[in-house]
Write a protein that binds this ligand. Sequence first.
Ligand code: MF3
Ligand code: CO
Ligand code: CO
Length: 318
Amino acid sequence: MRSVDAGSGAGAVLKSNDLCWCGSGRKYKRCHKGNEGKVLPGRVSPMLTVPDTIKPTDYYLTGKPRRWDEPMIKSPETIEAMRVACKVAAEVLAVTGAAVAPGVTTDELDRIAHQAYIDRGAFPSTLNYHGYPKSVCTSVNEVICHGIPDDRPLADGDIVNIDVTAYIGGVHGDCNATFFAGDVDPESQRLVEVTRRCRELGIAAAKPGRPISDIGRAIQAHAEANGYGVVRAFVGHGIGEQFHLPPNVPHYYTPQATTIMKPGMTFTIEPMITAGSWRERMWDNGWTAVTSDGKRTAQFEHTLVITETGAEVLTVEP
Ligand code: MF3
Ligand code: CO
Ligand code: CO
């Protein structure tokens, strides 16, 4: 695996009490010493605000989403509203992804996304969701998911997943994609392309009358045929008026995923595929999951609706 910074070979000459090479302002021993090449938590800026002309989520002030029994099969009106929210999410993702480049911080990506939601009259679903402090998740290299945007600049060769969820018209739309910062090594490019294909194969397996477990079976087969792992700890989810709902959508095969897909069901497929171990470790911020072996991981997500014949992607790329 490439290292985060060409200068990280300086590990050989830096002393413990020297300032770290990465520009964090911390002593080397409190920063990258022993963690060369790894993504480390940076400084998180204050939560951004949204103009009060935009309808917020029910949890924006409290951090606690209201829970109710929402049907898995949505009304035609709800599906129409989700088309709008999903289109907005896909647009915000495209706008933000276009800004990915070496030297850009993930906090800057968050600010770009935040403005893009507002420009479209949408509220960022993640803002204060169970206390989450930002408008997107930005997950770099070995970060599996729920990376919190911070002051770490992207390095040439990084891969970064941006996860966008938009709330507008009373419903959520959720999608993500993995982007390249500068020149990415061929093995990481392969990981990203296999992951995108895993999502497409998962969508192709989503059909009325079939159990949800078909989706994970298709994804796992393709990932493992390419020598990759499938993260178990995070799954796709039902979505609608609430952000996360039944059914769970595992990206690996499990006979427990027995829910039969039916027209009008809306859920996400969002496989996280790993170059090495599929096991995760959590940062002590309580959110960010990284691979247990520090190897890279990629993710792609769409929100879809089951139709009479298959599945339709709602978070269509602009
Ligand atoms: N968008 C993520 C998903 O795909 C969830 C992010 S929740 C957050 O389900 F709180 F971490 F932002
Ligand atoms: Co999701
Ligand atoms: Co998401």
